[in-house]
Design a protein around this ligand. Structure first.
Ligand SMILES: NC(=O)c1ccc[n+]([C@@H]2O[C@H](COP(=O)([O-])OP(=O)(O)OC[C@H]3O[C@@H](n4cnc5c(N)ncnc54)[C@H](O)[C@@H]3O)[C@@H](O)[C@H]2O)c1
Length: 259
């Protein structure tokens, strides 16, 4: 059962232990900073080797406790190490924000199958690997928990040259629904946040020049999103304010998928 908890509107995370995977930059770092501002203890996890430095900067800026653990979501061993070290340091895990991401753009008739597999291995199976490991820890703790995955507007609408990415994110949405269904009995919410293009490394890699201006033209808000606008939705789905929401994929797209 996912318990009712009086909704205060404060989005409080005091004392919660939150892992942010894909946390070394972009939306992940913005999410970690927002969690820290709400009182959480932070674990920055990413395949990049600068996780301790990012964690240290967040701790310095916000006064929170934070550690960085290098983690590649395509490796069982690496994900097991992430859970083990988090529990050794902070005693438990209450929140997981899972948003490692890979994109490489080709037309569907030209893409190598190996590139499609890489998308699926990181964006879908990799995210599931970390969700499964963290959920088992939450189940053992017996106190419920929150899992939020960052999906994409590509879940809802076909986008040119995004076949590998879209296949991986569509699989992720399926995973979110099944895990939400199965883990509700343990008090665990599982949700997604589906952004439009966001001004990050990944956003700039995929959207440049004319493709960028054409895309902005199609978004009713007439701009790309900023990282804190996505982090705010992730925060909502990570707190008691959203206890009655599970298995959802919340679009944050300036109206792009209205059509
Ligand atoms: N930026 C956009 O336009 C946009 C739009 C929709 C969805 N998203 C999604 O948002 C999420 C965050 O992306 P971002 O825009 O902040 O880009 P980003 O490139 O800044 O962040 C992605 C992070 O994932 C990490 N990562 C990649 N492979 C990994 C692996 N195997 N193990 C662990 N970490 C790994 C990267 O090192 C990077 O820090 C991604 O899931 C992405 O698909 C982004």
């Amino acid at each position: 059962m996912i318990n009712y908890q009086k909704v205060t509107g404060t989005f409080d995370m005091t004392g919660k232990v939150a892992i942010v995977v894909g946390g070394a930059g972009g939306i992940g770092e913005a999410t970690a900073r927002m969690y820290a501002a709400k009182g959480a203890k932070i674990v920055i996890a990413d395949c990049k080797d600068n996780c301790p430095e990012v964690a240290e900067a967040i701790a310095k800026d916000t006064g929170c406790e934070a550690i960085g653990i290098q983690c590649d979501v395509t490796s069982d061993e690496s994900v097991e190490n992430l859970v083990k070290k988090t529990v050794e340091t902070f005693g438990e895990i209450n929140v997981l924000a899972a948003m490692p991401g890979f994109v490489d753009l080709y037309r569907a008739n030209e893409i190598d199958i190996a590139i499609v597999e890489k998308h699926i291995n990181i964006n879908a199976i990799g995210v599931f690997r970390v969700c499964k490991a963290v959920a088992n820890q939450m189940i053992a703790q017996g106190k419920g928990g929150k899992i939020v995955c960052v999906t994409s507007q590509a879940d809802f609408i076909a986008i040119n040259k995004h076949v590998g990415y879209t296949m991986s994110k569509a699989a992720l949405v399926g995973m979110i629904k099944v895990c939400a269904l199965e883990w509700a009995e343990y008090g665990i919410n599982v949700n997604g946040v589906a952004p439009t293009v966001v001004n990050t490394y990944m956003g700039e890699k995929a959207w440049q020049g004319k493709v960028k201006t054409d895309m902005i033209e199609k978004i009713p808000a007439h701009r790309f999103a900023e990282t804190d606008e996505i982090a705010a939705a992730v925060l909502f789905l990570s707190t008691a304010e959203s206890n009655m929401i599970t298995g959802e994929d919340l679009v944050v797209d300036g109206g792009f998928t209205i059509y």
